[in-house]
Design a protein around this ligand. Structure first.
Ligand code: ISL
Ligand code: CA
Length: 557
């Protein structure tokens, strides 16, 4: 236990500033709004805030297209607001992780404005430019946001690579000047005293030599760039260089968002020797409920199979143990709401199943991440229609998959978006039952979920049995019980498709975690000693072998 690092027993609360709290009535959440709720986050007990991007940005991808890394998006405030937020958070012993988006910049970044001017511009090689091949794109890669990953630029007659939106040209990490510019920028934030970085798609920064075509899924149009690019030839060298030039300058926490990363890769990125990062966000469990038709990717509306989920999460628990560190998450600003995806968001079961889903995750080994609103059981936004969506991924999916490529009909797509779309997580935070849920006095930038009258922070704080207080207790337990950080994970009954039960095994002590994933009453017999104590549960009492709908309970012995 002496070797536990602070970030191994920390709990992170993710704030999406645009949707958290609007302090000036322009309809957009801002830094002052975050400051107003620091006490709320402290009350929950979180140790760290991960702040989604707050830098200057044309907001084509809500801040993930940065035009100035060393300034604050005017919509969110200014640098003085940021400095004050950091200071106030630190006063309350809350750390702040900044989002680092350096796979790409905005096409409005000064570097790109220069780069596109001419082939001999000193910034030309900051980005990835290629000649047309036989009159079209240099290779077959598709963008993460549908459509091609290349944009032709008239000025010089070449294409530039954008794995994400057209306005997000990929940086050329092979160029040492690019790396140095990124490290200098990071040091600007380190010098301010921030506590670490969440690194956006960091697994994609090193492109494969020769940029080979990706595999085209059956029925699809473009090659899979994710697979072709993830974990490229130099990514580990670049991260070691970053550690050397930036990360080792302070005791920081780092989490790499790592799409396309498997166990072996994760062990390299997040190795215990901390030569690179502390942990990664892996995506395997996020893909288990993808459409069986690979051309449709994530767009689907069927729930994940519990046995598949168990198999996957258990693999990560077991294989990283003692080698690397896990991050634990169900949702974030890119994913649907946890209770809607893994629990049951109907009124009868919303609260109980939100607590079950939380129990399942929070007793695992790793650093848990809670996305704003998850702690009050906010749900997907079924009231949003095609014209209400803001997210570029959703808009492009409609544009390409339906309007252009005719892969499915609009009604089915809307169902899929209600299940999986990113805007489910981005609707404004529901603070109370007043107009616009107390988020803004103006016109909200994105429509609210229309259930805010019944699901909101004010009600949660007034109800001792709310999802909020359950999360508060989970966080407290993680702080108090070293076994939650160090205990060895052991899955029980891998074939049981209704109950997810596992043990955490320590020196002479154990936890038994039992989660009923169904709305049925079930009977299960796990061996528990007579003197076992019920540590936490989502019902008021314990009926032993009888598991009520979505019941979750943890025994300690
Ligand atoms: O959102 C996704 C699935 O719905 C992912 O494919 C996502 O685009 C990918 O995980 C990368 O996400 C990150 O980088 C993107 C940005 O849009 C996301 O918000 C960010 O979390 C590009 O910067
Ligand atoms: Ca505002």
């Amino acid at each position: 236990t002496e070797n536990i690092k602070w970030w191994q027993k920390a709990v992170v609360y993710q704030v999406y500033p645009r949707s958290f709290q609007d302090a000036n009535g322009d309809g957009i959440g801002d830094l002052k709004g975050v400051e107003q709720h620091l006490d709320y986050i402290a009350k929950l007990g979180a140790d760290v805030i991960w702040l989604n991007p707050v830098y200057t940005s044309p907001d084509e991808d809500n801040g993930y297209d940065i035009s100035d890394y060393e300034d604050i998006n005017a919509k969110f405030g200014n640098m003085a607001d940021f400095d004050r937020l950091l200071q106030k958070a630190h006063d309350k012993h809350i750390k702040i992780l900044m989002d680092l988006v350096v796979n790409h910049t905005s096409n409005q970044h000064q570097w790109f404005i220069e780069s596109r001017k001419s082939k001999d511009n000193p910034k030309r090689d900051f980005y990835i430019w290629r000649d047309p091949v036989a009159g079209h794109e240099p290779n077959n890669w598709g963008s993460f946001f549908s459509g091609p990953a290349w944009q032709y630029d008239d000025a010089t007659g070449q294409y530039y690579l954008h794995l994400f939106a057209e306005g997000q040209p990929d940086l050329n990490w092979v160029n040492p000047e690019v790396r140095q510019a990124v490290f200098d920028m990071m040091n600007f934030w380190v010098d301010k005293g921030i506590d670490g970085f969440r690194m956006d798609v960091i697994s994609l920064i090193s492109k494969p030599d020769g940029l080979p075509d990706g595999q085209v899924p059956t029925g699809g149009v473009y090659g899979n760039a994710d697979k072709a690019v993830a974990n490229g030839p130099h990514v580990h060298d670049y991260l070691k260089e970053m550690r050397d030039k930036v990360l080792n300058r302070a005791d920081m926490m780092t989490v790499g968002e790592a799409s396309g990363v498997d166990i072996q890769n994760a062990i390299q990125y997040a190795n215990q020797d901390t030569s690179e990062l502390n942990m990664v966000f892996q995506f395997e469990h996020m893909g288990l409920d993808n459409n069986p038709n690979p051309a449709l990717g994530k767009w689907y509306d069927q729930k994940v199979s519990l046995t598949a989920l168990k198999e996957n999460l258990s693999k990560w628990q077991n294989k990283l143990a003692g080698k690397a560190w896990n991050s634990l998450y169900w949702d974030n600003h890119d994913q649907p709401r946890a209770v809607s995806r893994y629990g049951n968001d109907t009124p009868a079961y919303r609260v109980i199943s939100a607590k079950m889903v939380a129990t399942l995750l929070h007793f695992m080994q790793g650093t848990p991440y809670i996305y704003q609103g998850e702690e009050i059981g906010m749900t997907n936004a079924y009231n949003l229609k095609r014209e209400d969506f803001d997210d570029i991924e959703i808009k492009n999916a409609f544009k390409y998959l339906i309007d252009k490529d005719n892969l499915l009909d609009e009604e089915t797509m809307l169902r899929y978006v209600h299940a999986k779309g990113r805007d489910n997580a981005r609707t404004p935070m529901q603070w109370n039952n007043s107009d616009n849920a107390g988020f803004t006095t103006g016109q909200p930038w994105l429509k609210l979920n229309d259930n805010y009258q019944t699901i909101n922070v004010a009600d949660a704080l007034a109800d001792p049995k709310s999802v909020f207080y359950y999360y508060q207790k989970l966080i407290q337990l993680r702080h108090d019980l070293p076994i939650m950080t160090t205990g060895k994970y052991q899955l029980l009954d891998p074939e049981d498709n209704d109950v997810y039960a596992y043990r955490r095994i320590g020196q002479g002590e154990q936890l038994l975690v039992i989660n009923n994933f169904t709305d049925q009453v079930l009977t299960r017999n796990y061996s528990v000693p007579d003197d076992a104590r019920l540590l936490i549960g989502n019902y008021d009492d314990d009926e032993g072998q009888t598991l009520r709908p979505y019941e979750a309970k943890v025994y300690q012995f």
